[in-house]
Design a binder for this molecule. Structure first.
Ligand SMILES: [Zn+2]
Length: 553
């Protein structure tokens, strides 16, 4: 990750077999396919359900799921690593029960069908967020980390910025993602999510100690210098001694950084998102002040590079203004906030320009879904509602046009953190359906969700350790795996990137990739500690998946 530099990467030579591969009695031998890919968590009764049968040879015949049988249907042609692909529709299976898809001697991983298929997933995702907590670690216990956060690098003043979450495998804290996580957690109807939002809320308040100040980052890429350690052993030296206080970077509204500079143009993206989070937290006065700051400083606030020229390059702030305004309206019912929200909504419009592209910049559009449109919808008049729905629909249509060209129905960019893109498409489709009743994207959204949980060329769930007993990311780029021998269950990993991106990164080599038959120019994924580009868990994506599962009805 731009924020995640390769210096932690070391070779991992522990190479178990990847379980879950299909076996068959006749050639081709086990390991040579074909394979049946399914969502290993499973399906709700009404969900569209499509497994993908892929392999090196043309196939024909029937498949079965429990008592249900059907033809495997037409060959979808060559794609990715496979010469032949078939889409096995078993939507008629409504459960409840546990099933496998079977074709001859080949069988898929086991999965659930039923109303409770996802019951265990939100708690797992939240356990990962708890593991990421800074200054209060209920899983790793004492000693608590980073209680000296932080010193303002521009004034030398000590400021209390204890709390929040470590961003990923590293130990620094990005307020770009933290602000989103708090706000999005508040929108999830799950008590554990509310508890996690309460953990993050105090830090959001502390980011804004004065009317003109908002902090964008705590710590920086000096975090990535060796040695890699667990949170509480962090000996990084920010100029105040090893293990001393960390740097607090206020957003300046202009390009920022002591050597390399980001391309910041304002404070609004951050301040308005913090306003949304604060309003949702019931901290209305802070929200008002943050929103005023956002209006006074239009533009985007980016993360601050110190040692290397990499940063979160968010390009949009109108979506954040809309979100901040609508949450303030919901909290206060003051009409000027509603008027602002409607105005920003139309200025933001169909701002998800990443939808329909092959690639985009790193966190160029953040959040990946403009949640403001959804939050505003019920307060808009008929004409404005039509526009809001239309903005969502336009992006969904662009992804659909791409997705329909391949058998796995993946239509989102295969860039760094591609799981964010996949989840965002499914979420936007679910919210669009909630707003309009139009279910025309439901099938593709289900297939996007399925991609996350293992219905992908590798047959691996991109949520660490989920489902329990399934074939899921198990050797993530994370210090708790590397140094403590603990699996950070519930973390959503970055997921596949194109081979070109993967090969451009200088992570340490490893040997004997058990997923080698499933790598292609289209996409590469390694369940290896060394590959920080595809197998590092991230807090914002994990929260986005929570939101998707909550929106999925
Ligand atoms: Zn910490």
């Amino acid at each position: 990750m731009i924020r995640r530099v390769a210096r932690w990467a070391v070779a991992v030579l522990v190479l178990g077999s990847v379980g879950g591969r299909s076996s068959r009695a006749e050639p081709p031998a086990p390991g040579e396919g074909p394979w049946i890919r399914v969502n290993q968590v499973g399906y709700l009764p009404d969900d569209p359900k499509v497994a993908v049968l892929s392999g090196p040879e043309a196939l024909a015949g029937t498949f079965r799921v429990g008592d249900f049988t059907a033809e495997i249907g037409p060959d979808q042609g060559a794609w990715g690593p496979f010469a032949h692909n078939y889409r096995l529709d078993f939507s008629a299976v409504r459960g409840p029960g546990r099933f496998r898809v079977r074709f001859g001697e080949v069988e898929s991983a086991e999965f659930a069908v039923g109303p409770d298929a996802y019951a265990a997933v939100p708690d797992a995702l939240l356990r990962f967020m708890q593991l990421q907590r800074c200054g209060d670690d209920p899983i790793a216990g004492e000693p608590k980390c980073h209680l000296q956060d932080a010193i303002d690098v521009t004034t030398g003043e000590k400021v209390d910025l204890v709390g929040g979450w470590h961003d990923a495998a590293d130990r620094l804290k990005h307020m770009i993602t933290t602000s989103y996580c708090v706000a999005a957690l508040k929108l999830v109807g799950h008590e554990g999510a509310q508890a996690e939002a309460r953990h993050g809320a105090p830090l959001i308040r502390k980011l804004h100690p004065r009317p003109d100040v908002i902090y964008v980052q705590v710590g920086d890429d000096r975090d990535h210098l060796p040695p890699a350690t667990l949170w509480h052993d962090d000996r990084s030296d920010y100029g105040w001694g090893p293990g001393g206080p960390r740097s607090a970077w206020p957003a300046t509204g202009a390009p920022e950084g002591p050597k390399f500079q980001n391309a910041s143009t304002g404070k609004a993206s951050l301040a308005a998102r913090c306003a949304a989070a604060s309003a949702l937290n019931g901290d209305v006065e802070a929200a008002r002040s943050m929103y005023r700051l956002a209006k006074a400083s239009p533009g985007v606030a980016m993360s601050v590079p110190v040692r290397a020229p990499h940063y979160y390059g968010e390009s949009t702030y109108l979506d954040d203004m809309e979100w901040g305004a609508v949450e303030l309206y919901r909290a206060t019912r003051e009409p000027e906030y509603l008027a602002d929200a409607l105005a920003y909504a139309d200025r933001a419009g169909d701002d998800a320009a990443w939808m329909g592209r092959d690639a985009h910049g790193h966190y160029e559009f953040f959040p990946y879904v403009n949640l403001g449109h959804w939050r505003l919808f019920e307060f808009a008049d008929e004409a404005a509602r039509a526009r809001l729905a239309g903005y969502y629909r336009a992006g969904l249509e662009r992804v659909r046009d791409r997705a329909l060209k391949n058998p796995y129905r993946v239509g989102t960019p295969v860039v760094w953190c591609s799981t964010n893109d996949v989840i965002a498409f499914a979420t936007q489709a679910a919210l669009y359906e909630e707003m309009t009743g139009d279910a025309s994207f439901r099938g593709l959204a289900a297939e996007a969700r399925d991609w996350i949980f293992g219905r992908n060329p590798w047959g691996v769930s991109f949520v660490i350790g989920v489902p329990e007993g399934g074939v899921a990311s198990s050797r993530p780029h994370h210090m708790f795996h590397r140094l403590a021998g603990r699996t950070p269950v519930g973390g959503l990993v970055d997921g596949p990137v194109t081979r070109a991106i993967n090969e451009s990164l200088k992570f340490s080599a490893f040997e004997g990739d058990p997923l080698a038959p499933f790598q292609s120019d289209f996409a590469v994924y390694h369940d290896e500690y060394a590959d920080f580009s595809t197998n590092e868990p991230i807090i914002d994506g994990t929260v986005s998946l929570l939101l998707l599962l909550d929106a999925w009805r």
